[in-house]
Ligand binder design. Structure first.
Ligand code: ADP
Length: 269
């Protein structure tokens, strides 16, 4: 599967309505084959992470953004089953605390950026500061408008200092969100995920789509590209995400560190 079909080219307009929530390449929906391929890729991701961790030079930052119920949690659970928890960190960015709000909006984010050898996964991220903040008018427009530039510069700095950045927007349809919300309400094991407020956010669906388009358009760069991942079908989403991550890590030419010299001929007694 070619991942460039999901990548947003820098400087290009983004119209989410034009991008499929089911598949991008007319993949005909061979679920069994897709799942099998995802299993292979997820295994490969585990191998690559092992080398990334051992080499301790590269850093990988994965930003996950999506509308409610689009599958951020499910993606993390499924795609990262093969990676070693040592060397991987997930940070979930919730509504900011008073302390966080008393600082600039990147203050809470930067400390969770990956260290050498690490994969950091952001479950929501600094993008909330141009998404929910914009949709709800939590700060004045002249303030959030400047943030696209700050974010691009922040990511540029991380990239210049050795961080590989991949940003994933899990793209679901409004209809699929309704199906998932109904499922959450009906299933006692999923109800805990549902908040009445989710329905208020759903009413602002179009505003969120516009906010996502603006954010993705303004910040998809060669060093921190956005991918719009069709996410109505979980197995397809997992396939696309695992392929994007495997391709990204393979492009880094990761290697195990050289062993100490003089080990040849050593006997362990
Ligand atoms: P999730 O939906 O990610 O599984 P929650 O249901 O706890 O987790 O939702 C987290 C909430 O925190 C979301 O409504 C999100 O918009 C909000 N949030 C995250 N970052 C910010 C921010 N910077 N400003 C305001 N709200 C934020």
């Amino acid at each position: 599967m070619k991942i460039d079909q999901f990548r947003v080219d820098p400087g290009h307009a983004v119209e989410l309505a034009e991008r499929s929530t089911r598949s991008a390449d007319g993949f005909d929906g061979d679920k069994a084959a897709g799942q099998q391929e995802a299993v292979r890729l997820i295994g490969r991701l585990g191998e690559l992470q092992q080398v990334l961790y051992a080499g301790a030079t590269h850093k990988l930052l994965i930003v996950l953004q999506a509308m409610d119920a689009a599958g951020k949690d499910g993606t993390i659970r499924a795609v990262f089953t093969g990676v070693n928890p040592q060397g991987t960190r997930v940070t979930s960015f919730k509504r900011p605390t008073d302390l966080e709000l008393a600082h600039d909006y990147l203050w809470r984010v930067h400390q969770h950026a990956p260290a050498a050898g690490e994969i950091a996964i952001f479950n929501r991220s600094h993008y909330e500061d141009v998404l929910v903040v914009r949709v709800h008018g939590l700060v004045a427009e002249e303030r959030w408008k400047r943030r696209y530039e700050h974010i691009a510069a922040f990511e540029r700095m991380l990239a210049d200092e050795g961080t590989t950045i991949v940003k994933l927007f899990l793209h679901i349809s409004k209809e699929e969100q309704a199906v998932r919300f109904r499922e959450r309400l009906a299933d006692p094991t999923k109800r805990w995920k549902f908040r009445a407020g989710d329905l208020d956010e759903r009413k602002r669906w179009d505003d969120y789509q516009r906010a996502y388009e603006a954010a993705i358009e303004a910040t998809s760069t060669p060093w921190a590209p956005w991918y719009v991942v069709p996410a109505d079908r979980n197995w397809y989403r997992n396939l696309v995400v695992s392929q994007i991550l495997v391709d990204t890590l393979e492009a880094l030419d990761l290697r195990y560190p050289d062993p100490e010299t003089g080990l040849d001929g050593l006997k362990v007694i």
